[in-house]
Design a protein around this ligand. Structure first.
Ligand code: BGC
Length: 752
């Protein structure tokens, strides 16, 4: 799809609005008169019913007045299987198998807002088939920590990249008549103590880094709902954070829709009522009867409730309810969406290294040894909330076998044990044969010997390493980024047995590749890549397509090099409590909500200091001159690209940069051209360079295209703390154009 098509979507949406409301947010107010009539007919009890959950995944409408309930679905990378009304346990339905889309970091590795838009459309359509009104996604928090448990759900460490994808996703979903609930607002960058941690971040960093992906989807994309996060930001819980919800979201950004607390993330009646929350998920202990009691006591007014209901009804009126007899009549996963998942997977795979042109596989390769359990483990579910019951999932081994056909023999050995992560309930008496008891367990001698044997007899080895969905998961962060269960020993032994080793990392976040890198002439970052992940991977390995993904975050050489670790900001030694785990696992902890609340109150109050400021990810590595293992934006192809001279102009509206891009290879390939800005006369403090624009370009063999990248002036501003507003620092900018943040090919200078 062309860039112009994507722009047309925004233009079309806005031109509808030209005759009436000005922005996509204003469009939400189109039914306000009718909404007010409805409100005037409602009892206080009916209104308050709308302010909290009805079931685990719905909130009430007004049946008497023909207003349907609102149905929610996780999100963010597939419509989650139907749960029982009051919990997350499976409802045991047959038609709720959905398309498993590549997870967030894989989507981000495409660096394609067009694909994010298509992805959103696929998600939006499947939500409708299931009768869902709101998708709990996209999840757009900045990947601040390499160990972050939800890195795989999130997009990127960079705000401009995250914002572009978050906008594409939002437009796609909402165009299908489903609302997004963009999450987790805001600064939810860690799982450790996520239910209580206070993220202490300065205003400039907040605005320039952490809020950007939300701002874009809300202001330009018209996101209809927002999920305040579990954590606190600068002392206040996000679900009752005046600055975030009332001043910024509704005040500055003109948000007209509704906010829905993260599940268990509402903390008080007054806080929620006064500071911007619409719906308590889940439970009614704050936004149920206590609201009615507070009105009776005169500390809240019914008009306040009316305003909340109005904001909820705006979404309800904008999203047509799916009639019950229409919903769930066909399988959720549809071929069109499966095809989108495949398109995204194809463009997400990152070739990190390709020494001696080991890839694509040569025709001489007649026998392949596929080693490593990550070649066969399915990645659709696990990781707590964000799992999908996929209709099908092509694993890497299946993809390779199918593509290899009869000509190439493929043998498989598990190589290492899988670490199944934390267990709920008692550990099994006998450990399962292929499961490790600890994440750092040594390589299993028997599996190792078997793998080496297979490697010896093959022309080429494909080693599948990385993490799994219990190691990277919601509710906890990784302790480190080490490869688990002796994987380093295995790859080293394989390499000794056979020098032709291609390593494929199957993970959502970065891993420490210092050892693996020494024993792998070729390395691919393969992600958790959705329903068709194995198909796409095989296409890249066998050279049907050239790889074109680019890293959306830095792979540090070692964890201690990354900013929050280097600054001693993470981990915080204070232990706390994970709300989700405590509240929703009552069946396991056997504690009442009151007991849990009491325990939480006594816990130390964890803090996360963001003193690294804007120096997140590559901004830190560049500014401090620390070499990462693989830099942000890195990703090789099977061809070379030549960048022509960069010509740039600057004006009131921003910067325009033009250059030619040539595919000097003999096959079609995509390149993602990246434009960074370095400030030359800075008086304000800036990171060494910052991504400001990018473009994915498809080029036939030998083809040259002229590419123009534009940086809107708004994206060059900084948050001036003294003025408490956006400001522009005039001066010279050095524009750095390249194939990765550490592979700059052309430079130009402009003044703004
Ligand atoms: C997660 C949300 C999710 C919700 C409902 C929470 O634990 O943080 O992202 O949407 O559960 O499943």
């Amino acid at each position: 799809m062309s860039k112009s098509f994507y722009s047309l979507v925004i233009l079309a949406a806005l031109s509808v609005a030209c005759t009436g409301p000005k922005t996509l947010q204003d469009r939400l107010t189109a039914n306000d008169r009718q909404i007010d009539e409805v409100i005037s007919k409602m009892t206080l009890e009916e209104k308050v019913e709308m302010l909290h959950s009805k079931t685990n995944m719905s909130s009430a409408g007004v049946p008497r007045l023909g207003i349907a309930d609102i149905h929610y679905a996780d999100g963010p990378f597939g419509i989650r299987e139907e749960g029982v009304p009051n919990g997350f346990q499976s409802a045991g339905w047959k038609l709720d198998s959905a398309t498993y889309f590549p997870t967030g970091s894989a989507l981000a590795a495409t660096w394609s807002k067009d694909l994010a838009y298509l992805y959103g459309k696929g998600m939006g359509k499947e939500a409708r088939l299931r009768g869902k009104d709101v998708i709990l996604g996209p999840a757009v928090n900045i990947q601040r920590l390499p160990v972050g448990g939800r890195t795989y759900e999130y997009l990127s460490e960079d705000p401009i990249l995250s914002a572009a994808l978050s906008l594409g996703y939002t437009l796609g979903v909402q165009e299908e008549g489903t609302a997004v609930c963009i999450k987790h607002f805001a600064v939810n960058n860690q799982e450790t103590n996520r239910g209580s941690v206070d993220a202490q971040v300065d205003e400039r960093t907040l605005r320039e880094i952490y809020l950007k992906p939300f701002e874009k989807a809300i202001v330009e994309g018209g996101a209809m709902s927002v999920m305040p996060a579990y954590n606190k930001v600068n002392g206040e819980y996000c679900s009752e954070n005046e600055h975030l919800l009332n001043e910024i979201l509704r005040g500055e950004w003109g948000f007209k829709g509704m906010t829905v607390s993260d599940w268990g993330g509402t903390h008080s009646t007054m806080g929620a009522m006064l500071h911007g929350l619409n719906v308590q998920m889940t439970g009614s202990n704050y936004l149920g009867q206590p609201v009615i009691d507070s009105i009776a006591k005169g500390v809240l007014t019914e008009e306040m409730v009316d305003e909340k209901v109005r904001q909820i009804l705006r979404l309800r009126f904008a999203i047509e309810a799916v009639p019950e007899d229409v919903a769930n009549t066909v399988m959720t996963s549809q071929p069109q969406s499966q095809d989108i998942a495949l398109q995204v997977a194809r463009k997400s795979i990152v070739l990190l290294k390709n020494e001696g042109g080991l890839l694509p596989l040569s025709k001489e390769v007649k026998k392949i040894a596929v080693i490593g359990q990550n070649a066969v483990l399915r990645t659709q579910s696990g990781g707590m909330g964000a799992g999908v019951k996929a209709l099908y999932e092509v694993t890497p081994l299946e993809g390779i076998r199918r593509r290899a056909g009869k000509d190439v023999e493929v043998v498989y050995a598990p190589g290492y044990k899988n670490f199944p992560g934390r267990r709920w309930g008692p550990a099994p008496k006998e450990p399962k044969p292929l499961e490790a008891a600890a994440i750092d367990e040594e390589a299993d001698p028997k599996l190792l010997a078997e793998a080496v044997e297979a490697a010896r007899g093959a022309d080429l080895v494909i080693f599948f390493g990385g993490t799994n969905k219990s190691i990277e998961t919601e509710g906890s962060d990784r302790k480190d980024i080490n490869l688990p269960t002796g994987q380093e020993t295995v790859v080293q032994a394989l390499h000794e047995a056979n020098p032709n080793v291609v390593s494929v990392i199957i993970s959502g976040g970065p891993c420490d590749l210092r050892v693996l890198e020494k024993h792998s002439p070729a390395i691919i970052q393969g992600w958790w890549n959705g329903t068709e992940g194995g198909t796409a991977l095989a296409e890249v390995l066998f050279g049907d397509i050239a790889p074109s993904g680019k890293l959306p975050f830095t792979f540090p050489a070692k964890l201690e090099d990354s900013p929050a670790f280097a600054m001693g900001n993470f981990p915080d030694p204070n232990a706390g409590g994970d709300l989700f785990t405590l509240m929703y696992r009552q069946d396991r902890t056997r504690m009442s909500r009151e007991q849990i609340a009491e325990m939480m109150a006594k816990m130390p109050k964890p803090v996360s200091k963001y003193t690294e400021g804007a120096l997140v990810g590559y901004r830190w590595f560049d500014t401090k001159d620390i070499r990462p293992m693989y830099a942000f934006g890195h990703g090789l192809s099977y061809v070379e690209f030549d960048y022509g001279i960069l010509k740039a102009t600057a004006g009131k509206k921003g910067v325009k940069a033009t250059f030619t891009l040539t595919n000097s290879g003999t096959r079609e390939a995509d390149e993602v051209a990246q434009l960074y800005v370095h400030r030359l006369d800075a008086t304000v403090e800036w990171p060494s360079k910052e991504l400001k624009a990018f473009q994915r370009v498809t080029l036939a063999a030998g083809e040259t295209k002229t590419v123009t990248l534009e940086i809107p002036i708004e994206d060059l501003r900084f948050w001036n703390v003294e003025k408490n507003g956006w400001d522009l620092e005039h001066g010279r900018l050095e524009l750095l154009l390249g194939s990765a943040s550490d592979d700059i090919r052309q430079k130009a200078e402009v003044s703004i």
